[in-house]
Design a binder for this molecule. Structure first.
Ligand SMILES: [Zn+2]
Ligand SMILES: [Zn+2]
Length: 295
């Protein structure tokens, strides 16, 4: 039976723009004013930023540097586990019924992200059964949330991601700072392949998974052609392909990798494959899943 792949990295053209979807200002509980925050991200060389204060859409500061593209948004916070709404024009009512919130965000448009699943004692901000019970109308989850570095739980949630993906939930993985103080600046970001620097292009790229999450590893090439994938890292040194239920199917040192996916998986029949590229220290990059089926 021939292998069929559904990859977000097919026929890509454009530039990989770097951005953070999740940052707070003094309009909620962040340390910096909106003007200060956008200047700091512009100085760090970011291409785009979404200010996502708690339950309110903070207006773009009038003095924002032109180099930084601003996405509007907010973090739906009160009454339940947190949900990011990127591209929000108005804040969705924070109903304790999170399924309803997801429906409302889907109706409003924009990107819907379930935040920091492994935050809190017992790694339980989003208990797995609750996560799996949500309507499948969200775009993805935070597989990395920087503020949890200094809080209880784990900043990483690739374990939760594999559990969702293995149950057939199609969710992209995003990495965000969740900036509150200066410690949180620049720990995790997303690179989105965009044809222009328009807000709409960034939102579409995030929605279609034409992006990868990073805590320091940058890729100079990421593309699939047919059933082959090619990855070139600027600074990574180990590539790990991962399939259903978090199974690693190899560890490949180097800087550049090209895999024929069918050959790589051998006689396994996974429903997805994703790639982690690891570098020095905590620096990593995570590709989105590529969905596999046989026809
Ligand atoms: Zn939160
Ligand atoms: Zn937050």
């Amino acid at each position: 039976m021939p292998l069929r792949i559904e990859s977000p990295y097919e026929n890509l053209s454009g530039r990989w723009l770097r951005g953070n979807m999740h940052a707070h200002t003094t309009c909620s509980d962040g340390a910096r004013s909106p003007s200060e925050l956008v200047s700091v991200y512009a100085e760090m060389g970011y291409d785009w930023l979404c200010i996502s204060d708690h339950d309110l859409v903070t207006p773009a500061p009038p003095d924002a540097p032109e180099a930084l593209i601003l996405l509007s948004g907010n973090e739906i916070t009160a009454n339940g586990p947190h949900i990011l709404h990127v591209g929000a024009e108005v804040a969705v009512e924070p109903s304790p019924d999170r399924a309803k919130v997801i429906e409302e965000v889907a109706k409003a448009g924009g990107i819907c992200v379930l935040n920091h699943p492994n935050w809190e004692k017992h790694f339980s901000h989003w208990p797995q059964d609750k996560l799996e019970a949500m309507p499948r109308k969200y775009d993805g989850i935070e597989i990395f949330n920087g503020i949890v570095i200094r809080h209880e739980g784990s900043p990483l949630a690739t374990d939760r991601w594999d559990r969702l993906l293995s149950k057939g939930v199609r969710a992209w993985g995003y990495a965000n700072d969740d900036t509150h103080s200066d410690f949180d600046l620049g720990n995790g970001w997303n690179r989105v392949c965009c044809r222009s620097r328009k807000v709409e292009d960034i939102l579409v790229g995030l929605k279609q998974g034409r992006c990868y999450a990073s805590t320091g590893v940058e890729l100079s090439s990421l593309e699939t052609v047919g059933t082959r994938i090619r990855i070139i890292a600027r600074n990574g040194s180990l590539c790990i392909p991962v399939v259903d239920w978090g199974v690693e199917i190899g560890r490949f040192p180097g800087r550049a990798w090209e895999f024929e996916i069918e050959k790589l998986i051998g006689d396994r029949r996974p429903s997805y494959i994703r790639f982690e590229i690891h570098g020095d220290g905590v620096a990593s990059a995570w590709t989105q899943p590529i969905y596999l089926s046989w026809t």
